[in-house]
Design a protein around this ligand. Structure first.
Ligand code: MTE
Length: 321
């Protein structure tokens, strides 16, 4: 039971598996106890969602916004496509096949709570209204690994402006789809589904906060959180909620899914800080997936010049996960 419930990142740094070994371990798992869980998705003829062609496909590739520079190459797309966290499907890194079952059209996004007028809008209308650009961001998981990705999408601030929150709105709460029929992880009732995450209004309107609709110059692969996911690269990856169906403006700090499961380990702010270890492992360095390298982790994942001001005067808060 313990093993099944255990999250991928609940391992000390000394036990973090180099990627080539992780792939071997996966092969072992597929042949072993996890075969049951995976067999449904790997079986020939497994039912996959039969999506209509993406009506926004002609928007890609989008023009790169050069404000945000990388200190490393973009992670190979093939590696990135098979090293994901998406607990709605399973708790291994190999979720790509299972995630294909998620139907992503039609996809309606609800914008509600403390707004002038609640809105429901189809994702394609939303994307066309917002327009898209490309941004290359680092991505640092709380498990002490990292990647670099060229996302396409739009600043979350644009969606906030479109939503017209009232002055009472202090936080933005986001929710992932709830569909246990296609997402086997959501049949595990000890998780408080749906996945929820939140940002303060200052964070949500910071230019770095991005809603990604694509990656690698085309609409996003389902395992990355299509058709709409958050990318907040100065925070640990669990804040970057995937496959969003709802944005609610609220006056109280939302409680994220991991926070509600284990508040001692996963907080609301979850900003990257190499000097603040996770209760069970160091955050000082990160494995750069696909390179075999370990790099020192940077404060705010290297994005301090854009976001550090948000947290001025908040020293009493637990700002780091
Ligand atoms: N969003 C949902 N809905 N479900 C998840 O399991 N995992 C989070 C985050 N968003 C997760 C999620 C974690 S822990 C990480 S590190 C990133 O997604 C992983 O994103 P990637 O698979 O695109 O690298």
């Amino acid at each position: 039971m313990n093993i099944i419930r255990r999250r991928g990142w609940e391992i000390p740094e000394s036990q973090i598996t180099p990627e080539h070994l992780a792939f071997d371990r996966r092969r072992f798992l597929i042949g072993g106890a996890s075969a049951l869980a995976l067999s449904a998705s790997l079986a020939p003829g497994a039912a996959h969602a039969d999506d209509a062609p993406d009506p926004t496909a002609n928007l890609y590739p989008a023009k790169r916004n050069e404000t945000y520079k990388l200190d490393r190459p973009i992670t190979d797309e093939k590696i990135n496509a098979h090293y994901n966290n998406f607990y709605e499907f399973n708790s291994s890194k190999e979720v790509a096949d299972q995630a294909q079952k998620l139907p992503i059209r039609p996809w309606t996004v609800k914008i509600d709570g403390l707004v002038e007028k609640p809105i429901e809008i189809g994702v394609d209308d939303l994307i066309r209204k917002m327009g898209i650009e490309e941004r290359a961001y680092r991505h640092r998981c709380v498990e002490a690994w990292s990647m670099a990705i060229a996302w396409s999408g739009f600043p979350l601030a644009k969606l906030v402006a479109f939503a017209k929150p009232t002055s009472g709105a202090k936080f933005l709460k986001m929710e992932t789809f709830l569909n246990p029929k296609v997402a086997p992880g959501q049949r595990q009732t000890w998780f408080p589904w749906p996945y929820v995450e939140g940002l303060s209004m200052a964070e949500a309107t910071n230019d770095l906060a991005f809603i990604a609709t694509g990656a690698y110059g085309h609409p996003m692969a389902k395992q990355h959180g299509a058709p709409l996911r958050l990318a907040v690269p100065w925070k640990y990856g669990f804040k970057s909620i995937k496959s969003i169906v709802r944005f609610s403006f609220v006056d109280k700090q939302p409680i994220g899914m991991w926070q509600s499961l284990q508040a001692a380990e996963y907080g609301f702010w979850a900003n990257v800080n190499p000097k603040v270890p996770h209760p069970r492992w160091s955050q000082a360095t990160e494995e750069v997936i696909g390179t075999g390298e370990r790099k020192p982790t940077l404060l705010f994942n290297g994005y301090g010049e854009f976001v550090a001001d948000i947290y001025k005067g908040m020293d009493g808060e637990r700002l780091w996960a």
